[in-house]
Design a protein around this ligand. Structure first.
Ligand code: SF4
Length: 516
């Protein structure tokens, strides 16, 4: 019944999980894996939206000669990317319309939460796609496809969520091979790894804006299954990994999930996981993490310190623990059920600096905190902007390093508590728009730039940078990993080369380096 399936990856960016090149997210691997689990002879073709834009006729021809086109979409927390441009609502609509006589399904965050298109704006509801797709799969794609291929359209349930990882783990292993079709394969491709799903704070409702608690009780993958998947990916050539698809790496296998919104980290479980990965992929070049809940560190300082030390022991340098701080304003923190009070956040920054501040072989500190700030949340006032700035300044004045301060307007997604307050959000963002711009620039000028001087001081040799782009007379190169620093090299170096650069000067968001 199915002999050829086309995947169009429109890229995904969620609070937990990134799928914009050089990253490949879990969705394409699960789709291919579920298909090959049922029949390994089915031809699965993977296209990124950037390649489809470039070669639209070829893509359409391929899609029209297939039995099913799977659209992956949903940049729920979109930013600006060097590696690719996510599919827009209009593109999705137009491409799906051109394939009106084909079976098509939509998967990913856009299918589950609507199509986000930038902070400060309401996402398009998934109802707006009705009629365009054969099915909108807002459950788990591997279950849906497995049932579709085995039992037909009537039995495939687009709403079904996994209750355990049995089928998913198999699909991850079978689908590992799809990475060889990715345009970044063989150079800076980073594979996003899932360790669990759901937020441990779902018992208190979680943060007002967040989609993760809507999964309910977190489901953990076993250490063995993660290590086996990485072993399989490694066998197919993956060399860069990020354990990024979970809201808090310290909560992996934590004790007290379901009883405490901040369960106690299990440092030994994390050590086993990282050790297992190093054994399964001995020649890996990148092993990074992403989100860390500052609340976990504050509630369990001793266990968190041990866990962070294990991470630093086994990971690769240049790593970032992205802290979902969201605000330093106590009123906003309370009204939105956020995680840590301002002084607690400073303590967390201090702890991570102490453990991860040592410089590694590539010239970057081992592990630094990142800080995410969100604007437009209920409770925000003009004061919020000043308070946030003052606390960032305090962090700077105390001599700590923060790899990146990510400032965004909140995106209001369906099925979150914030959805009920969408008019308030709209009003706040409109009212504070000039303040937002003013402080964004001020933070860049007075904080980011100074931080960058500490992270990569002039004279540092920053090693192992992939040349990704040419912009004017510069080559743009980055280390493959979590929130890499953009290095501008003032000469044209062939794309895809790996170079080392001696840092000459820094600015807020990038550095200038000379090839060394
Ligand atoms: S802690 Fe808050 S932001 Fe992080 S996953 Fe949970 S609900 Fe979302």
């Amino acid at each position: 019944m199915f002999s050829k399936i086309v995947i169009l990856d429109g890229y995904t960016d969620e609070p937990a999980g990134l799928g914009v090149p050089p990253y490949i997210n879990t969705y394409p691997r699960l789709i291919a894996g579920a298909v090959w689990l049922v029949d390994k002879n089915i031809d699965v073709r993977y296209w990124t939206i950037d390649d489809a834009r470039r070669l639209m006729d070829e893509f359409l021809h391929e899609a029209k000669t297939s039995d099913l086109v799977v659209f992956i979409a949903g940049s729920e927390v979109p930013g600006r990317y060097i590696g690719g441009r996510p599919i827009s609502f209009n593109e999705l609509y137009n491409i799906a319309s051109l394939l009106h006589d084909r079976n098509k399904i939509l998967v990913g965050p856009a299918a589950r939460y609507g199509f986000g298109h930038g902070g400060g704006r309401r996402a398009y509801s998934r109802r707006e796609f009705r009629g365009l797709f054969t099915d909108i799969v807002y459950g788990d794609v591997e279950i849906y496809l497995y049932d579709l291929l085995r039992y037909g359209w009537e039995k495939a349930e687009p709403w079904r969520l996994r209750e355990d990882y049995r089928l998913t783990d198999k699909a991850f292993r079978y689908g590992a091979k799809i990475i060889i079709q990715h345009p970044n394969y063989g150079w800076n491709l980073i594979v996003e790894i899932e360790t669990y799903r759901g937020c441990t704070r779902w018992i208190s409702g979680g943060c007002s804006f967040c989609i993760e608690p809507r999964y309910g009780r977190p489901l953990m993958r076993s250490i063995t299954s993660i290590v086996e998947e990485i072993g399989e990916l490694y066998r197919w050539g993956a060399r860069h990994f990020r354990l990024g698809k979970q809201p808090d790496i310290l909560a992996y296998m934590a004790r007290g999930v379901g009883e405490d919104e901040y369960p106690k980290p299990d440092p030994e479980a994390l050590e086993k996981l990282f050790y297992g990965i190093r054994t399964a992929a001995p020649g890996l070049r990148t092993l990074h993490i992403d989100n860390v809940n500052p609340g976990t560190i504050i509630h369990h300082i001793e266990e968190s310190i041990r866990a962070l030390k294990f991470i630093v022991k086994y990971h690769t340098p240049g790593d970032v623990a992205a802290l979902g701080v969201e605000s330093f304003d106590p009123e906003v923190i309370k009204r939105n059920n956020l995680k840590t009070m301002p002084d607690e956040t400073i303590r967390v920054v201090e702890i991570i600096n102490r453990i991860g501040g040592i410089r590694g072989w590539n010239g970057l500190p081992h592990l630094l905190p990142g800080i995410n700030l969100l604007y437009g949340l209920p409770g925000e006032s003009r004061e919020t902007y000043r308070i946030n700035y003052d606390y960032l300044k305090k962090i700077l004045d105390r001599g700590y390093m923060v790899r990146r301060i990510n400032i965004r307007k909140v995106a209001v997604l369906e099925n979150t508590p914030l959805w009920m307050h969408r008019n308030t959000v709209k009003h706040l963002l409109r009212k504070h728009n000039r303040l937002y711009e003013y402080y964004r620039v001020k933070i860049m000028d007075r904080i980011d730039r100074r931080m960058m001087e500490r992270i990569l001081p002039p004279g540092t040799l920053h090693r192992y940078l992939y040349v990704e782009k040419h912009v004017d007379t510069y080559s743009i190169a980055r280390f493959p990993g979590s929130y890499p620093v953009v290095v501008k090299i003032p000469v044209k170096i062939p794309l895809r080369k790996i170079v080392d650069a001696r840092i000459r000067s820094v600015s807020a968001k990038s550095v200038i380096g000379l090839p060394s």
